[in-house]
Design a protein around this ligand. Structure first.
Ligand SMILES: NC(=O)c1ccc[n+]([C@@H]2O[C@H](COP(=O)([O-])OP(=O)(O)OC[C@H]3O[C@@H](n4cnc5c(N)ncnc54)[C@H](OP(=O)(O)O)[C@@H]3O)[C@@H](O)[C@H]2O)c1
Length: 971
């Protein structure tokens, strides 16, 4: 049987309700796989901010010890002790009462607490020589020794109920489902003992006698705990073993507490001894937050940490989940068991995975720590010997913990610089001058023989530490940090942080600064160094091209691709894919390997596969790397509208090159709600769709720039299809239509289904995207517009029918494969040639999309179709896949006021468009750019003005009566 570990932190057992929640999680894991065994380590009851108790039970017990040790009159003392004892016991009995469990559950440890108190009091009365630390331990240990049986009783109760219900069901129905039968078998095997309480003092947790700061003995770590555990497992092969964290005993049998990272040490020592496969630590945040949310609200979570990062964070004021001492048993035994830190109150969140790993390919900030009460000293010294003496004097001063000392030479001048942490308690006791004045006096006396040095300087401040493997060696990150420091303080003042000490280790960057600037600097550092996560839907032509560009910009932009989805499902990785992972995925996909197959062959270490249904839920992918996330849509599915709307709802940003979701009709699912949401997000810099019209030439952005100026109305006219432009040019050069179609497919200009281009639907959709942007600006109904639409092929089809007298079959065109489509187009080669011939002198054919505005009726309309255009006209002179979109501002586009022009299709160009949008999002996330401020009329859809009835633009008529000549104004 495989063994698994759980550690339940103080916040998860702080109230009856929380104990009930965490007990459910333990039960769930126990029942999820009957072949696994579970060992739980429980902490003492923590603070209950939701209730009224602001003190942890351990602190209450230490207060109790303090009262016992106080040298007051025995009578007064006894009363105060009695009161505190009742209060502390009351916390437990209250919880037991609310949990409706047997009072005897905690009776034994609580009466032990009473005995420990009575024992200590009588020793004091008899004036026996007692060790106060020993008394503290005897009492503090009661926290864990009392909470463990309570949690165990709740787990026991839940499993008894489960057993009962399954037995009843079996008796009634004579058969259980196989998974239910497996659970029942396990419960029967446990023989009524589902949760067995283990007092760690009697389970091999032997420590030295360094009371309150005890350390487990090597023999305990190497053999004793394992021996006891093996024997307990033999006795209770199917029970959950519930160990009390933090406590141990010395070889004389006295109770001790493991001073540093106590319950975690109990857990990791037990994990090694029991050969556990994995550990889950239950806490009250979604894993390890990058920075204290009091300073940066909505801080991201580090989805993965390695041991070094974890320890550095704990040491330098970041989130403390495990300290060096807590990891020591694993490191000593070289058993690098993965640890997941999860939120008891949000167990679906994947939390943070802590592993023992090699440094990543791209350095990533994994957290920011802040330590206040720091001091900085500078002294001019004569020589290195004086510097050493200075260092020794400082180090010997009580409460000083030197973090950095350097001797710097400035010409002949030598300056010793020190950053040290000051023990706040001492300052409280001895006054604010303890570390400032008194320490300086002592140094002047000891090191400088009573004569103040030529120059010296001291200041109190804070130390901000940025943690991340190899971050200290990353020139790019260091230059970002210096950039922030110089911006943060503007120069000229004594808070000019970049003149204050900054130093690095390979895995950390340390910045000493004035306390007043800390929050500001931490916010800036966080914004500049945090990763922006990307979830990509669609891995056809555009998706891999975008990934290639993402790889090139990974470090520069600070982005991480965390999940990728194709039609076979999703592939994701906790902490995100490395650039190597992405290269492997691109290569696999090029070789026609789906993501599902890639996952099945474990293409990426640590990669996790999500079935298509699960991958549809954006949240499932986002959570692999929670934080600022961008959804990139490079599919051609209109159903992506749901994912886009949900991502926006979750606060993510969206980038689209897929225009289908923006063009859905009113009766499509939740379009009535989602279309306004999407376009409002576009105007609010939450959604970016540069690539949906004209690949990378910037059409949507140009329109937004125009709308910012609040014109009365905007009109649009243009050739917006790379495919149709390319084909038209070839026809003009005398080549057949089918060659043009084939060439456009080969160049990657066409939509996945080429009929989407040749039907004109693609151009129409682009006009709809632009129109709905305009409609949203003016508060118009985005679904209500008159559309006239004719396909690119329509004039040639009419010609074909005229020439042959036979109908041309169009109903199956949209279902043809690319090859079959090219083949069918051969039938129209001749008719296209005939059309060319029939054009008036100086005119060419152009497929034009237009959004017009009728000033008389104040109504917009869209028209899309083949037009005769003079070849000197700005649309007539277009060549190949180039697009040109003309904008009229308070006028028709004839009075050309603005335009976007260039290659409007292509794989590289479209991938570039995604990158450009992504760069905009990144610079906004880093606080470098505020985005466009476009005011718009916000009103519910039902109150938006209606216009002329809409025609169904998805079924273009192939039978329009005549070519519309626009030549009269396209001179
Ligand atoms: N080519 C251009 O010049 C250009 C210009 C501007 C915009 N665009 C747009 O870019 C988009 C992508 O074009 P493309 O040529 O790369 O298309 P594509 O080759 O057909 O790729 C589409 C991708 O979407 C995936 N997919 C399909 N259904 C999915 C679903 N339900 N969930 C997640 N993924 C799904 C497909 O998976 P499989 O791989 O498993 O089939 C494929 O990877 C299109 O919307 C297109 O209009 C293209």
């Amino acid at each position: 049987m495989a063994e698994y570990g759980i550690k339940v932190g103080g916040s998860s057992v702080s109230s009856a309700r929380n104990i009930d929640i965490v007990a459910d999680l333990i039960v769930k894991q126990y029942l999820s796989n009957p072949a696994d065994n579970i060992n739980v380590v429980v902490s003492a009851i923590g603070k209950d901010p939701a209730g009224t108790r602001t003190e942890k039970v351990t602190d209450m017990l230490l207060d109790l010890a303090k009262l016992i040790l106080e040298k007051k009159s025995p009578k007064k003392n006894a009363l105060a002790v009695e009161k505190k004892l009742t209060e502390t016991s009351g916390v437990h009995t209250d919880i037991i009462h609310h949990l409706h469990i047997d009072y005897r559950t905690a009776d034994y440890p609580l009466s032990n607490l009473g005995l420990a108190v009575a024992d200590a009091m009588s020793k004091i009365k008899r004036k026996e020589n007692i060790n106060p630390y020993q008394i503290k331990d005897a009492l503090a240990a009661m926290g864990e020794l009392s909470s463990t049986p309570i949690v165990a009783a709740v787990v026991q109760h839940k499993l008894e109920k489960k057993w009962e219900s399954l037995e009843t069901k079996l008796a009634k129905e004579k058969m259980l489902r196989p998974e239910e039968q497996a659970v029942l078998n396990r419960l029967r095997a446990a023989n009524g003992v589902y949760a067995h309480v283990v007092d760690s003092r009697h389970a091999g947790f032997i420590t030295d006698s360094n009371f309150t700061k005890a350390t487990l003995l090597d023999s305990s770590l190497d053999t004793e705990i394992a021996r006891h555990h093996a024997s307990l497992r033999a006795q209770y092969p199917h029970s959950i073993l519930m160990y009390s964290g933090f406590v141990g005993r010395d070889i004389e049998g006295n109770t001790t507490t493991i001073g540093r990272d106590g319950s975690n040490t109990t857990k990791t020592a037990l994990a090694v001894a029991a050969n556990e496969q994995a550990i889950t630590i239950y806490s009250d945040t979604d894993g390890v937050l990058l920075v204290n949310p009091k300073i940066v609200p909505n801080s991201q979570t580090a989805r993965s940490l390695d041991y070094i990062e974890t320890v550095l964070l704990a040491k330098f004021g970041g989130m403390k989940v495990l300290e060096e001492a807590g990891l020591y048993p694993l490191i000593r035994a070289k058993k690098y068991i993965p640890i997941t830190v999860k939120n008891t109150f949000n167990p679906d969140d994947p939390g943070t995975l802590i592993t023992h790993e090699a440094p990543p390919s791209v350095p990533t900030m994994k957290g920011l720590g802040i330590l206040h009460d720091m001091h900085y000293r500078e002294f001019a010294v004569q020589d290195p010997r004086a510097f050493q003496q200075l260092e020794r004097t400082l180090a010997s001063y009580k409460g000083v913990n030197i973090l950095k000392s350097t001797l710097e030479s400035n010409g002949a001048k030598k300056i010793g610089k020190f950053v040290f942490a000051a023990d706040r308690k001492l300052e409280k006791r001895h006054g604010a001058e303890y570390f400032a004045g008194a320490l300086t006096d002592r140094i002047i006396k000891n090191v400088f023989g009573g004569q103040a040095p030529k120059s010296f300087h001291h200041s109190a401040g804070s130390l901000v530490t940025i943690v991340g493997r190899e971050l200290g060696n990353s020139h790019k990150d260091m230059s970002r940090v210096y950039d922030i420091l110089s911006k943060a303080n503007g120069g000229g003042t004594d808070t000019n942080t970049h003149k204050l000490p900054v130093w690095t280790t390979p895995d950390s960057i340390h910045l000493y600064m004035d306390q007043g600037t800390t929050n500001n600097v931490v916010n800036m550092l966080y914004n500049k160094l945090k990763k922006i996560n990307v979830v990509l839907y669609g891995l056809g032509n555009i998706g891999p091209a975008f990934l290639q560009k993402a790889i090139e910009n990974y470090d520069e932009l600070g982005i991480t691709v965390t999940g990728i989805v194709d039609s076979s499902g999703g592939y994701a990785k906790i902490g995100g894919f490395t650039t190597h992972d992405l290269e492997a995925i691109i290569a696999a996909k090029k070789g026609k390997t789906s993501l599902k197959e890639a996952a099945e062959s474990s293409l990426v270490e640590g990669g996790i596969y999500l079935a298509p249904e699960a991958a549809k839920n954006f949240r499932n992918l986002r959570d692999f790397c929670k934080g600022d996330t961008v959804l990139v849509d490079a599919t051609s599915e209109s159903s992506m509208i749901h994912r886009l709307a949900y991502a926006l709802h979750l606060g993510a940003k969206v980038i689209s090159v897929n225009k289908a979701p923006y063009a859905v009709e009113k009766d499509n699912g939740h379009a009535k709600r989602q279309i306004p949401q999407l376009f409002e997000a576009l105007l609010e810099n939450r959604l970016f769709n540069r690539g949906t019209v004209g690949a990378d030439i910037g059409v949507p952005g140009k329109l937004l720039d125009i709308l910012i100026k609040n014109p009365a109305y905007v009109t649009v006219r243009g050739c917006s299809s790379g495919t149709l432009g390319y084909t038209t040019t070839l026809i003009e050069e005398g080549k057949p239509l089918s060659d043009g179609v084939q060439g456009a497919i080969a160049e990657g200009f066409t939509e996945p289904n080429p009929y989407k281009d040749f039907s004109g639907n693609d151009v129409l959709n682009k006009m709809v995207v632009l129109w709905r942007t305009i409609a949203t600006k003016y508060g118009l109904d985005p679904f209500d517009i008159k559309v006239s639409h004719e396909s690119y092929l329509a004039p040639a089809i009419r010609k074909y029918e005229e020439l042959t007298g036979k109908p041309f079959e169009t109903s199956d065109l949209s279902g043809l494969t690319k090859t079959a489509f090219v083949e069918r187009m051969k039938m129209l080669d001749g008719p296209f040639k005939a059309l060319q011939k029939g054009l008036p002198e100086g005119y060419v054919l152009r497929y034009v999309g237009e959004i017009s505005y009728d000033e008389a009726t104040k109504k917009y309309s869209i028209s899309v179709g083949m037009r005769e255009v003079h070849k000197t006209n700005s649309l007539g002179s277009l060549k190949g896949p180039d697009n040109r979109i003309l904008f009229g501002i308070n006028s028709s586009p004839d009075d050309l006021q603005d335009f976007a022009s260039g290659k409007g299709a292509g794989i590289v160009e479209t991938a570039n468009a995604i990158m450009r949008d992504l760069k905009e999002i990144v610079s906004m996330a880093r606080g470098e750019y505020g985005g466009r401020k476009i005011g718009y009329v916000k009103r519910p859809l039902s109150e938006r003005p209606t216009h002329l009835p809409m025609v169904n633009w998805h079924r273009p008529s192939q039978k329009a009566t005549a070519l519309m000549g626009y030549s009269q104004f396209l001179k």
